[in-house]
Design a protein around this ligand. Structure first.
Ligand code: SF4
Ligand code: MG
Length: 339
C-alpha cells in the first residue's frame, strides 16, 4: 500500500534581510492512513515549516521549495495557488494551537463551518448547516444546533478548540495536521482534546501529523516519531524505539527534560544552550555545541555532518550521530539519570 503522505528530500528556503535561510533540509518520510506521526523539536527545528509546506501555506513568491510532497498521489510542490486552495481544507486540513487566529471573531461558529464546507461542496446552506451540526456533535459540543449561532467568544477555550477541529474535519480530509493543538489549554482539557483527535482518527481513518515539543504527548498519541533539529531529521522510527531506546543525544536531552509529573511546569534537566540559528548552523553535527558527547569522537562532531543511517540491528529506524553504539551509551549513561 502506498503511504498517503510521502515527503522526499524536502528543502524549504526563505529569504531574510541577512540572507537566505534554509529552514528544512533534505527531509524525507512517509505517513499512512490510520497512523499518527509525531514531529518533535524545539522552535526553529523546521517542524512547523515543513508542515506549512505540506499544506501549501507558504508564500509562493518568496519561499523556495525543492523535493517532493505527495499527498494522496498528488504532487504539492509546484501546485498553482488555485490548486493549493482546493488541497487545503479538502484533502488536507490543519489544526493550530491558537483558535482565535483560525476562527473569525465576527462570524458565528456555524457560519464559518458552513462556509468551509461550501467552499468544497456545491450544497445548499441548509445541507451545510446540518453537516455543521453533525460535526459539532461529533467533536463533543453539547446542543450543537443551538451553539451554531454563537460567536467564538461565547465558547470556552476547549470548546473553541473543538469547534476548530470540527471545521478542519468538515470536508473529510484524509490528512490532518495538528500543530501544537493543545499547548494553550490546561492539562485536563489538553487530555480531552488528545482523546478527541485519536477518536476522530479512528472514525475518519485519516493520517495524522502531530507537531509537538512535548514527549509526554508523543507517548500518548504517536505510532511513529520524527525528531528534528536545525532543519534536519536527526532520529526517526516507531514510538517504542524512539522513546524506549533512543539513539540521538538530542532525543536523550528531550527525554531528560520531560516533567516528572504530567503537567508539572518545571523542567528537570533542560538541554543546555539554545537551538542554533538557521542562518549560521554549526559546522559538522548541528547539535555539537550542546552535546555532552561531542568531545569523545576526535573532532568528527565539529567536522562532519553525520548521515541519517539505520544501524544493522534495526532497519525500521534511522538516526544521525557519529557515536558508534549510541544505544549502549543510552543504556549505561542516560537511562540511570532518568527519573
Ligand atoms: Fe553529539 Fe557528535 Fe552525535 Fe552530534 S554526532 S549528536 S555532537 S555525539
Ligand atoms: Mg511552531
Amino acid at each position: 500500500e502506498t503511504p498517503y503522505l510521502q515527503v522526499r528530500d524536502l528543502t524549504v528556503t526563505f529569504p531574510t534581510a541577512d540572507g537566505p535561510v534554509r529552514a528544512v533540509q533534505g527531509l524525507s518520510y512517509t505517513l499512512s492512513l490510520g497512523r499518527t506521526l509525531a514531529v518533535v523539536g524545539e522552535s526553529g527545528s523546521g517542524k512547523s515549516v515543513s508542515s506549512m509546506a505540506i499544506m501549501g501555506l507558504h508564500d509562493p513568491s518568496s519561499t523556495r521549495i525543492t523535493g517532493s510532497i505527495s499527498v494522496g498521489g498528488q504532487e504539492i510542490v509546484g501546485m498553482s495557488p488555485a490548486q493549493l486552495r482546493r488541497h487545503r481544507g479538502g484533502t488536507a486540513a490543519m489544526i493550530f494551537q491558537d483558535p482565535p487566529s483560525s476562527l473569525h471573531p465576527y462570524f458565528t461558529v456555524g457560519d464559518q463551518i458552513v462556509e468551509a464546507y461550501r467552499a468544497h461542496h456545491k450544497v445548499s446552506k441548509r445541507v451545510a448547516r446540518d453537516r455543521a451540526v453533525d460535526l459539532l456533535g461529533r467533536v463533543g459540543i453539547p446542543n450543537p444546533r443551538r451553539r451554531l449561532d454563537d460567536h467564538p467568544h461565547q465558547f470556552s477555550g476547549g470548546m473553541r478548540q473543538r469547534a476548530m477541529i470540527a471545521m478542519a474535519l468538515v470536508n473529510d480530509p484524509k490528512l490532518l495536521i495538528a500543530d501544537e493543538p493543545t499547548t494553550a489549554l490546561d492539562v485536563t482539557v489538553q487530555a480531552q482534546i488528545l482523546d478527541l483527535i485519536m477518536d476522530l482518527q479512528q472514525d475518519f481513518g485519516s493520517a495524522v501529523l502531530f507537531i509537538t515539543h512535548d514527549l509526554g504527548v508523543v507517548a500518548e498519541i504517536a505510532d511513529d516519531v520524527l525528531v528534528m533539529y536545525g532543519g534536519r531529521a536527526v532520529e526517526h522510527g516507531r514510538v517504542e524505539a524512539i522513546l524506549g531506546r533512543p539513539q540521538h543525544p538530542y532525543t536523550w536531552g528531550l527525554l531528560e527534560s520531560i516533567p516528572a509529573v504530567s503537567g508539572e511546569p518545571t523542567r528537570l534537566h533542560p538541554i543546555p544552550g539554545l537551538p542554533p540559528s538557521l542562518l549560521a548552523l554549526p559546522t559538522g553535527c548541528s547539535f555539537h555545541p550542546r552535546c555532552e558527547f561531542a568531545g569523545r569522537l576526535d573532532g568528527a562532531c565539529t567536522r562532519e555532518l553525520p548521515d541519517l543511517i539505520s544501524r544493522a540491528a534495526d532497519t525500521t529506524r534511522t538516526s544521525r550521530c557519529h557515536l558508534p553504539d549510541p544505544e549502549q551509551v543510552f543504556q549505561t549513561e542516560i537511562l540511570p539519570r532518568l527519573p
